[in-house]
Design a protein around this ligand. Structure first.
Ligand SMILES: NC(=O)c1ccc[n+]([C@@H]2O[C@H](COP(=O)([O-])OP(=O)(O)OC[C@H]3O[C@@H](n4cnc5c(N)ncnc54)[C@H](OP(=O)(O)O)[C@@H]3O)[C@@H](O)[C@H]2O)c1
Length: 319
């Protein structure tokens, strides 16, 4: 009887804690119309949806677009509060020009938030299919771009006691496939964590979003398949001899995982920007919550056994 009472007591405490957390997280910041939010990679996907959503909520959005077409299309569907700028996060001149423009736009208010969203996902494939030149361009966008953009506007964010929101990935927590994607996202996590500690005394919050697989350009099955074909074609003959024909298996598995509800991710980004008490980390997607993250806490031999079993099997495998 005593054990039963104890269990009920603990369950009650957990329930109270969840209700308290839920209530705390419903509170939102005030004066949205005075708050500037700078988002990178707004041509498509999460960045585009977030820019439109924040614009509707009344924030002053500064949307970094990679292409002129992206800028024109976004302007057509948003209010005149939203400003677009051309931004290539790999080009330091473009990043500094963007920061200088933002400085004059926001004035004494400072910048409420920067959202590091721009990213690419190919080339991805087994590491022994790749060369160092396959790693550099993605690290330039996904990691160095995040650092450059953040540092370029950090003084403005400190002024506003604002936020840095980094879009990492569950593949910043676990690395089940080769290539620069996981390497770059682990780097984003490391930058995010040290910056969060550095910025705490200034009242600046640094938040990280770690989505699972969602249906956007970066997970497009045809694009991913074409990329693998390209890597395969240029792989040295001895690598091809080792692997035999593995392309079909890779493509098939990948296409089964993607979630079409992008608002799960955009909702987390919006919360990170607008909640009075945002979370340090968000992991949108059932696959992130119930597969990738739990897997990342497993002993290495368990996760390795699973991933080796479900990875392309070289023709000359010894396993
Ligand atoms: N989709 C997922 O399953 C998933 C999961 C975890 C994390 N993420 C991350 O979420 C972020 C957004 O990706 P998404 O899924 O929304 O895909 P997306 O639609 O391709 O969005 C990425 C955006 O970044 C832009 N971009 C590419 N290179 C750039 C550069 N050098 N400078 C500035 N912008 C550049 C792209 O422009 P163009 O379209 O003109 O190339 C595009 O608008 C990425 O960081 C990605 O790694 C995605």
């Amino acid at each position: 009887l005593c054990q039963k009472k104890m269990c009920l007591y603990i369950l009650g405490l957990v329930a109270v804690w969840f209700v308290y957390r839920w209530y705390r997280e419903t509170k939102r910041v005030s004066n949205k119309e005075d708050k500037y939010v700078y988002i990178t990679g707004c041509d498509s996907g999460f960045g585009n949806l977030l820019a439109r959503r924040l614009d509707k909520l009344g924030f002053r959005v500064i949307a970094g677009c990679y292409t002129g077409k992206g800028e024109d299309e976004l302007k057509k569907v948003s209010s005149n509060r939203l400003t677009t700028i051309h931004l290539d996060v790999t080009d330091s001149e473009s990043v500094s020009k963007g920061a200088a423009f933002i400085k004059t736009l926001v004035g004494q208010k400072g910048l409420w938030a920067v959202v590091n969203n721009a990213g690419i996902s190919v080339p991805s494939g087994p590491n022994d299919w790749l060369t160092i030149d396959d790693y550099k361009p993605m690290i330039a966008v996904n990691l160095l771009g995040v650092i450059d953009v953040t540092l370029s506007v950090l003084p403005l964010i400190k002024k506003a006691k604002g936020r840095v929101v980094n879009i990492a990935s569950v593949f910043g927590r676990i690395s089940p496939f080769g290539g620069p994607y996981c390497v770059s996202k682990y780097g984003v996590e490391a930058f995010n964590d040290s910056l969060r500690i550095n910025m705490a005394p200034f009242g600046v919050k640094v938040l990280c979003i770690e989505p699972g697989f969602f249906k956007t350009n970066v997970t497009d099955t045809i694009m991913v398949k074409n990329n693998l074909m390209k890597l395969w074609e240029k792989a040295p003959q001895d690598v091809k001899d080792d692997y035999g024909d593995v392309l079909e298996q890779l493509d098939h598995r990948f296409s089964q995982l993607v979630d079409g509800d992008l608002m799960k991710v955009v909702g987390c980004m919006e919360h990170a920007i607008s909640a009075l008490h945002p979370r340090n980390r968000y992991s949108p997607g059932w696959d992130a919550k119930f597969f990738w993250l739990p897997m990342s806490y497993m002993p290495t031999w368990i996760s390795d056994t699973y991933f080796v079993k479900n990875s392309p099997r070289p023709k000359i495998s010894v396993l």
